[in-house]
Write a protein that binds this ligand. Structure first.
Ligand SMILES: *[C@@H]1O[C@H](CO)[C@@H](O)[C@H](O)[C@H]1NC(C)=O
Length: 581
């Protein structure tokens, strides 16, 4: 987990003594370097590198400023970024969990260094695309190759890692690429970089004439297909898949209860287990140790079916003598408090009323799933970390969170970002079954598993049911394709920016491309059955898998979105989720 930042500028564009643009630009670079290194504790290493491209006539052309901070989350030895050798420079913010290079075992090495080796051997854009099409994991990168004179940049095809872009404009004539912004600022206008392509910028051409970046940028920018036709095996992880469009047979036995798996679903349930288990294994393997007896791994634990199965599978791959932290967040929501107060008028003496109003409404079923994990895996220490956030604290942190989620700026962005910010911070209390009183607890785990994605892939939303009612199975299939197509723009970048501010990173076992591919390839009626009741028919395949593994409570859990479960939603009153804050 790292922060990367790159700025491309041209002397010509910045020489405007009237506006003091050079000074502004330098201040901006400093701010963005700080934002990218301020990620939790001081990162293990950070460095910068500058390149100036000279024109043939000796005048100075374009300058590229590279910066990267590195927080070592895999491998042994710390590595200094940007990686550079012989005129090639790589800034890498990502993890390689799977893919061509991994098969030969270099995982014990730093994956950025391994990637840099592979990229150093490329000579053109197609070969660069081929390298990225062959690796699986969350990433964002910039790669400059002096020989081709091209600057490449991109994000993983599901958009799991943040990379923001500011394109040169008349008043801000520079290109910026950055993992995180430094809050809203008139000197840039950031947006999330689109994941559909790998991009390259022809730096030599951009440099040629003494021209401004904003006028030349568009004609020097190339979008490269992520699919490479010529290098075998290089497109396994290139793009999100298409869903299986076969309609179910007119008659097939519907599942009567989750207790038994009908024979036609036995194989799919087993293969699903294999894929998901492997994804979890790859994501929890090789995490560097933290302090003695502390958990290296935490799960963002809403207490629903998704986070429970992810926690359970992680248990199979983490040494038994290590605890696993389950991070659960709840907010004091003034609107709820208000309701409770009003509902109680007259029933309690004044003082008591006041106390009661400040008690968080802890929903009792937060704990049910932790108890089920304890019953099923009794040798493991499960730290159920209750993160209870007082209203004042939410208010005090709001500005910081708005900066982190920028350019996200809706009410919905804020409520999700709040929930993730406090959950991933991991400060709360733990009460083990043998404790009488809860004790204060700070989670040291830097890797957080997130159960996001199963609703999209397996049809867990109300809209899938609605689609069935209005348009039958065809409409459900179309909706599932839309879900996959939307994953790259569904705010994983925002989540990444928020979580990495603590020097931690989220990993998404449901959203590895092999799991996504596998689930997309299944016929629709293996995944869900909208004819069945809620808590059975939605995400049917996952529910059957939970039953098979003995997670009986989890298998029947109904959906509750994180921001609603935690009460971070609607603290603003009845404003629509897409309203601007
Ligand atoms: C590299 O360039 C950036 C941006 O212009 C500047 O802030 C930084 O000081 C430069 N670093 C060095 C070592 O020259």
């Amino acid at each position: 987990m790292c922060g990367i930042f790159l700025a491309v500028s041209s002397q010509h564009g910045l020489q405007d003594p009237q506006k003091d643009t050079t000074n502004n630009f330098e201040n901006l670079c400093r701010k963005l370097r700080n934002a990218n290194s301020a990620r939790g504790e001081w990162p293990d290493a950070c460095d910068e590198h500058n390149i100036s491209i000279m024109n043939k006539d000796g005048s100075s052309g374009v300058r590229i400023h590279f910066f990267a901070s590195e927080l070592q989350l895999r491998g042994e030895a710390p590595v200094i970024q940007p990686h550079r050798r012989e005129g090639k420079v790589l800034c890498w913010n990502g993890e390689i969990f799977d893919g061509l290079q991994c098969l030969s075992g270099p995982l014990e090495q730093n994956d950025g260094a391994v990637l840099f080796e592979a990229l150093s051997r490329t000579t053109n854009a197609e070969e660069v695309s081929a390298v990225f099409g062959g690796i699986e994991g969350p990433y964002a990168f910039t790669f400059y190759d002096v020989f081709s004179g091209h600057l490449y940049f991109g994000r993983d095809p599901l958009g799991r890692r943040s990379l923001l872009i500011h394109k040169p404009t008349n008043s801000c004539p520079y290109l910026l690429l950055s993992s995180v912004s430094a809050g809203a600022d008139p000197l840039y206008s950031f947006e999330e970089l689109d994941t559909s392509y790998i991009y390259s910028l022809d730096i030599n051409r951009l440099s040629e004439q003494q021209s401004r970046l904003d006028t030349k940028y568009a004609e020097c920018l190339y979008s490269h297909s992520r699919i490479c036709g010529t290098v075998v095996g290089s497109s396994f992880f290139a793009c999100p898949p298409l869903v299986n469009i076969n309609l179910p047979p007119t008659e097939f036995p519907s599942v009567q209860s989750l207790d038994s798996i009908p024979s036609y679903l036995e194989l799919p349930v087993n293969s699903f287990l294999e894929h998901l288990d492997r994804s979890v294994m790859l994501q929890v393997h090789n995490i560097p140790p933290v302090k003695k007896h502390q958990a290296r791994l935490a799960v963002l634990f809403s207490g629903g079916i998704d986070s429970t199965i992810i926690a359970y599978l992680a248990h199979r791959h983490v040494p038994l003598d290590e605890p696993i932290d389950l991070l659960n967040v709840a907010f004091e929501n003034p609107r709820k408090v208000q309701l409770q107060k009003e509902g109680n008028i007259g029933a309690l003496p004044k003082r008591q009323k006041k106390i009661r109003a400040h008690i968080l409404e802890t929903s009792p079923d937060r704990m049910i799933q932790a108890d089920e994990l304890r019953r099923l895996c009794p040798q493991r220490v499960w730290n159920f970390v209750e993160v209870n956030v007082p209203f004042e604290e939410t208010q005090a942190t709001r500005e910081l969170i708005e900066d982190l989620m920028n350019p996200g700026k809706t009410v919905m962005d804020l409520s999700l970002a709040l929930a993730l910010y406090f959950a991933s911070k991991g400060i709360g209390r733990v009460k083990s079954p043998t404790d009488i009183l809860p004790r204060h607890y700070t989670s040291a785990a830097k890797v957080l598993l997130n159960g996001l994605g199963s609703d999209e892939l397996l049809g867990g939303y109300g809209r899938h049911r609605t689609a069935f009612q209005t348009g039958g199975w065809t409409a459900v299939i179309n909706e599932l394709q839309l879900e996959i197509d939307r994953i790259p723009t569904r705010n994983l970048g925002r989540d990444d920016r928020v979580i990495s501010s603590h020097g931690k990173e989220a990993r998404h076992p449901f959203l590895s491309l092999s799991v996504v591919d596998f689930l997309a390839s299944l016929p629709v009626h293996y995944k869900l059955d909208p004819r069945l009741e809620l808590g059975v028919g939605d995400k049917l395949l996952l529910r059957l898998l939970c039953q098979k593994l003995g997670l009986k409570e989890a298998s029947g859990r109904k959906k509750r979105a994180m921001q609603f479960g935690s009460h971070s939603a609607r603290m603003e009153g009845e404003r629509r989720g897409d309203a601007i804050i």
